[in-house]
Write a protein that binds this ligand. Structure first.
Ligand code: BES
Ligand code: MN
Ligand code: MN
Length: 462
């Protein structure tokens, strides 16, 4: 593939302009006010796949946002790569913390991205990374370099739990049949330290509601004599971790996969600077479960975190009140072998059991999914590894990530194929945060690396 680099150089401006146009549409799946924008984005993705060379592209309607499905068949006897990505994005809030508007993309240089980075919601998660695959397909089509069959499945509900995609996958096993699933929706260690994601954590997401008295009360007249739901809720939440930051829910760790000392030693070889980590976050110290390193805490160990908590008076000034209700949203990141539905039940039972009878509690499960680990001896992994060696000049390091893409374990269950996670983002790209960005270098490097994956995957399958 002599000409991939020159093709990228020649079309770089257009590649950037196209992703910038896609990023201008606020495809926020969580907020119904943006419904039309999400649908518009689906259409743009469809057109881009047609232009890039798919034989057919369909908009598959679901009970929620549509799934874009496209395919290009070279020869039914050749292997098939199924590319998955998502065109929806997280809400941009808090909007006042953005240096430039989230849906008006700009390219700015940063310390880690000296060649510039595209700042916009979805730049890295996942529009920018998904679009690398569209441009890689364009290159392979134009230059007759597509060595096998390809299917694209791009959804618009990843950020809200992929419920309709799960149904689509279960109902379309034949259509989606493939030899490997390829996803760019994760990150790598650094631009000069390429890595391939070999694990994702599972997730259980719940909302809790604590109710005390039937109405808000004067905190002087009633204070001290009735349960304050906010006091109680925070006390209950605090009790979910012990002094070693172990989670106290009975049975929570029962199925947690314990890594051998050898595996942990292997993990510890990945380059990591605690000093830089703390500096980047402006923190004096890290914090977490006793007995585990930072990289272990955020990948191979399960967690429980409050994502939001509210109740009572939060407006300007002071109001003396005991609220009737208090709420929190809680996520648990899970590791292999923990079953998310079982964990949700354990949480619910435990949370109800620790509530004093002066309050009522209600636990509402949101969504969840299983964790995932992919072996490094598969043809898919080997092909990815060779592709990175080709374009980065280094052997990529296998690394488990702390994030979740719950649908990946369902892919394996329903489609019986392994997923390869070729992510080109950096942890510092601020996904889900204000000022999300994606390096121009990373975007182009992704486009350059992907065609080699196809090449080696097809060759290794012979
Ligand atoms: N792309 C992310 C997941 C991710 C990012 C994994 C970086 C590994 C490294 C995905 O869009 C995401 O945000 N997933 C959610 C879960 C989902 C059910 C909302 C997450 O991890 O919080
Ligand atoms: Mn994503
Ligand atoms: Mn995301």
């Amino acid at each position: 593939m002599q000409n991939i680099q020159s093709y990228i150089t020649e079309h770089k401006e257009r590649f950037l302009n196209e992703i910038i146009e896609l990023l201008k549409i606020p495809s926020i799946s969580a907020d119904s006010a943006y419904k039309n924008d999400v649908l518009k984005t689906a259409n743009v993705v469809k057109t881009s796949l047609e232009k890039a060379g798919c034989d057919t592209v369909e908009i598959c309607e679901t009970d929620g946002f549509p799934i874009i499905y496209g395919e290009k068949t070279i020869d039914p006897n050749l292997p098939t790569v199924l590319v998955y990505g998502h065109y929806d994005v997280q809400p941009p809030d808090p909007i006042n913390l953005w240096d430039s508007p989230p849906f008006e993309p700009v390219i700015k240089k940063t310390e880690l991205h000296p060649e510039g980075a595209i700042f916009a919601r979805g730049a890295c998660d996942d529009k920018g990374q998904m679009y690398m695959h569209v441009k890689a397909l364009e290159f392979m089509t134009v230059n007759n370099e597509l060595p096998c069959n390809v299917k694209f499945m791009i959804e618009g509900e990843e950020e809200v739990g992929s419920a309709n995609l799960a149904t689509f996958v279960k109902n379309n096993q034949e259509k989606l049949k493939n030899d490997v699933i390829l996803i760019s929706d994760t990150g790598m260690i650094a631009n000069d330290v390429p890595s391939i994601t070999t694990g994702l954590r599972g997730l259980s997401y719940v909302e809790v509601e604590v109710t005390g008295p039937n109405r808000d009360l004067h905190s002087g007249l009633y204070g001290g004599a009735v349960a304050n739901p906010i006091n109680i809720l925070t006390k209950m939440i605090a009790s979910l971790h012990d002094e070693n930051n172990h989670i106290t829910i009975p049975g929570f760790y029962d199925k947690v996969e314990n890594l051998s000392d050898a595996e942990r030693a292997e993990m510890a070889k990945a380059p990591f600077s605690l000093e830089n980590y703390k500096k980047a976050l402006n923190i004096e110290a890290v914090y977490g479960e006793t007995g585990y390193s930072t990289n272990e805490r955020n990948s191979i160990r399960p967690t429980l975190d409050v994502n939001g908590i509210w109740g009572g008076y939060t407006g300007e000034g002071a109001k003396t009140v005991i609220a009737s209700k208090a709420y929190a949203k809680i996520s648990m990141r899970l590791v292999p072998n923990q079953n998310w539905e079982e964990i949700t039940e354990l949480f619910q039972k435990h949370f109800e059991s620790i509530a004093p009878n002066a309050v009522k509690v209600k636990v509402t499960p949101h969504h969840g999914g299983q964790g995932y680990v992919t072996p490094i001896n598969s043809i898919g992994y080997q092909a990815a590894s060779k592709a990175y060696q080709q374009t980065f000049g280094k052997i990529p390091i296998p690394q488990r990530s702390g994030g979740s893409i719950p649908i990946v374990s369902l892919f394996e269950q329903e489609l019986k194929s392994k997923t390869i996670l070729m992510g080109f983002g950096l942890d510092s790209d601020a996904i889900h945060s204000p000022n999300e960005h994606f390096g121009v270098w990373n975007y182009l490097k992704g486009i350059e690396t992907i065609p080699y994956f196809y090449k080696y995957f097809t060759a290794l399958n012979k």
